[in-house]
Every structure is written in structure tokens, then in C-alpha cells.
Ligand binder design. Structure first.
Ligand code: MG
Length: 350
């Protein structure tokens, strides 16, 4: 089939609150083919990515044939190379991610399959969710057995560490001994704070610290990683393509990789990152893995059996942008027997 239209839209995000998300949050990409099939994708990069898709990528993609997964990869490579002067990461790859996911959605529909089936079919009937939230009680009551909270610092101070310890102690009390507890630093910590936190939290068996330093500081992360043991050092939501992950792999800077399928280059590139991860024996736990786009990848048996559920996304996003999206139930997620990714956008928000 031939691509006859490509269009990106910045939807109305009712709950995009803080600064960068106001204008640079998720985009919707629609691809139409000459056989009437429409593919939907979800990318990042906001208003800038919309321009990249509608002006540059559209020009290249129009008229291209997509009759196999190899055709999707070939088009990806072409778009990557064409956008190299201003791309290779950031909003250009976030834009490419949205277009790539729309191509997979479209091709799976043409084959009368789900994306998961295209990847070999269901290998996990259900995927264990982990809740990202600041409210352990609510998440436990929803059935989750894995919980992550965010703890930001500006400068090292003891009161802040005391607050972290109090929060973790409370979460451990709420969830009991067997739950996984994680802490996300959102790039705000420094090495000494991470070491102090690991030491002070030893009794609470923290599974991982996430996004501890700036993602550029591969050497710092590589030095920190063995010192945090048994806490794992994880990250990667701000890294793009297998090229960036190649640097991470060679620096041995992270215990678990967290690419975001809607940012890192789409499913095409996530599969390549996954291949690299297998080579280095690094587990993958996609950022926002509980959203439908990565859920097909996880359901097909790729990555860890652990999908991130931003509780703000699942609880507060009304009206919901993606219709028929699976929601966590009893702390687990499950995809239905669908065509493509099985979702379509709420047109009123486009
Ligand atoms: Mg994070």
C-alpha cells in the first residue's frame, strides 16, 4: 500500500501542567494509505515535532510503499538520515517516533493483526504494572504491588533526606515487605546525595534509583552504579535511538534501560535498542510502558514484566485522548484482541 497523507496534530492536553509540557508534550500522527487504511501514532516534541512531521517528514513519506516491516525500517532510516542536520535526538526523534508508531499501526491493520501479533504474538497474558505516584495508599488499594515516587532536590540538605526516608518508610509500611519500591530523582540529585540516600534506605530494600544524574554524565553514572549496589541505577527516558544506548552500553552506566517508545524512535528503534540490550544482557523497562504503545512490545515478551503506569495519566486525564486504551486492573495490564494498537484518538481533542 502507498502512503497518501501524513498529518501531525498537537492535541488539547488538559492535564499538561508544568512548563515544557505546555507546548512540547505528546503529538498525534495520522497516516492514510491508498487502500483506505489509517494508522495512528503517538510521538513527543509538541509543536516543534508537529512542524517536523508536517513539513519535512510528510514530503519524504508521501508516495512511499509500505508492504512489510522491512519497508517501515527502511523509511525510518531514510527519515533519520534526512533529519540528521537538525536531529539525531530530541524533538526530531520524538517526531519520528510518532510517525513510526503510525506506520506499525497501519501495517498491522493491513495484515489484520495486532502489533503484538506482528511481534510474534502474546507471550505474556498480562503485564505487571508499577504505579508512579506520590500516593502509596491509593495505589495499594488499586492492587499495585510495585510503586515509584519522585523525590526532587535542589541542593543537598539533611531535612530533604529525612523527608525521603519518611516517604519511603511510609510506602514500605503501606505495601508490605514483598512490594517493589523505586525512587525517581528526575535528574536532580548529585552523586553524594545518591550514596547517602542508598545508605540511609538500606533497610527498606529499594529496587532502583531512576534518572539520578544528567543523562549526559555517563562517566558519573558508571562510577555511581557499583557503589549503589544493591540498589539498581536506571534511566534512559531522555535518551534517543540505539546510538545513544550504544554509548550507555559501552560506558556500563545503567543497570536497567528505560527507553520511551514515543520518544526514542518508535517501535522500530525500540526493537533495535532491545537487540543491543540483549547483547549486553541489560533488562529493558520502557518509560510509560503501561500505555498502549509499549504494552504491545511487553505483551509480546520483550523487556521486563513491569510496566510503568503514571497514575495521573490513568486517573486524571479526562476526557481521555486515546479511546479503548487498556487500563491497569488489580495492578496488571492486558491488551485485547485488536487491530494495530487498537486505539483511536478522541477527535474532539485534535
Ligand atoms: Mg522517570
Amino acid at each position: 500500500m502507498k502512503i497518501i497523507d501524513v498529518k501531525a496534530v498537537y492535541p488539547n492536553h488538559y492535564h499538561a501542567t508544568n512548563s515544557w509540557r505546555t507546548h512540547f508534550w505528546q503529538i498525534v500522527v495520522r497516516i492514510e494509505t491508498d487502500c483506505g487504511i489509517v494508522g495512528w501514532g503517538y510521538g513527543g516534541g509538541g509543536v516543534a515535532a508537529v512542524e517536523i512531521v508536517n513539513r519535512h517528514f510528510r514530503e519524504i513519506a508521501l508516495g512511499k510503499r509500505v508492504d512489510s516491516v522491512q519497508d517501515i525500517s527502511a523509511l525510518w532510516d531514510f527519515l533519520y538520515q534526512a533529519s540528521t542536520p537538525y536531529g539525531r535526538g530530541g524533538v526530531a526523534i520524538m517526531a519520528l517516533s510518532g510517525l513510526d508508531l503510525a506506520l506499525w499501526d497501519m501495517f498491522a491493520k493491513a495484515e489484520s493483526m495486532s502489533v503484538c501479533e506482528l511481534l510474534g504474538g502474546i507471550a505474556r497474558d498480562r503485564v505487571r504494572g508499577y504505579a508512579t505516584s506520590q500516593d502509596p495508599l491509593l495505589c495499594r488499594d488499586d492492587g499495585f504491588t510495585a510503586f515509584k515516587s519522585t523525590h526532587l532536590i535542589r541542593e543537598k540538605d539533611d531535612a530533604n533526606l529525612a523527608q525521603l526516608i519518611a516517604n519511603v518508610r511510609f510506602a514500605r509500611d503501606v505495601f508490605g515487605d514483598n512490594a517493589l519500591l523505586m525512587v525517581d530523582a528526575y535528574m536532580s540529585w548529585h552523586m553524594q546525595y545518591a550514596l547517602d540516600a542508598a545508605k540511609e534506605l538500606l533497610d527498606f530494600s529499594i529496587y532502583w534509583f531512576e534518572d539520578v544524574l544528567l543523562p549526559d554524565d555517563l562517566r558519573g553514572l558508571a562510577r555511581l552504579k557499583p557503589q549503589l549496589f544493591p540498589v539498581k541505577l536506571v534511566g534512559g527516558e531522555h535518551d534517543f535511538t540505539r546510538h545513544a544506548y550504544g554509548h550507555i552500553a559501552r560506558a556500563d552506566s545503567l543497570d536497567i534501560w528505560q527507553p520511551d517508545i514515543t520518544w526514542c524512535g518508535g517501535l522500530t528503534e525500540l526493537l533495535r535498542i532491545s537487540e543491543l540490550a540483549d547483547k549486553y544482557e541489560i533488562p529493558i523497562c520502557p518509560h510509560r510502558g503501561g500505555e498502549v504503545w509499549a504494552l504491545h512490545f511487553l505483551s509480546a515478551g520483550y523487556g521486563m514484566d513491569l510496566a510503568e503506569c503514571h497514575m495521573g495519566y490513568f486517573k486524571e486525564e479526562t476526557p481521555c485522548l486515546w479511546q479503548h486504551q487498556p487500563k491497569p486492573e488489580g495492578g496488571y495490564l492486558q491488551i485485547e484482541d485488536v487491530l494495530g494498537f487498537g486505539v483511536s484518538p478522541n477527535e474532539a481533542l485534535l
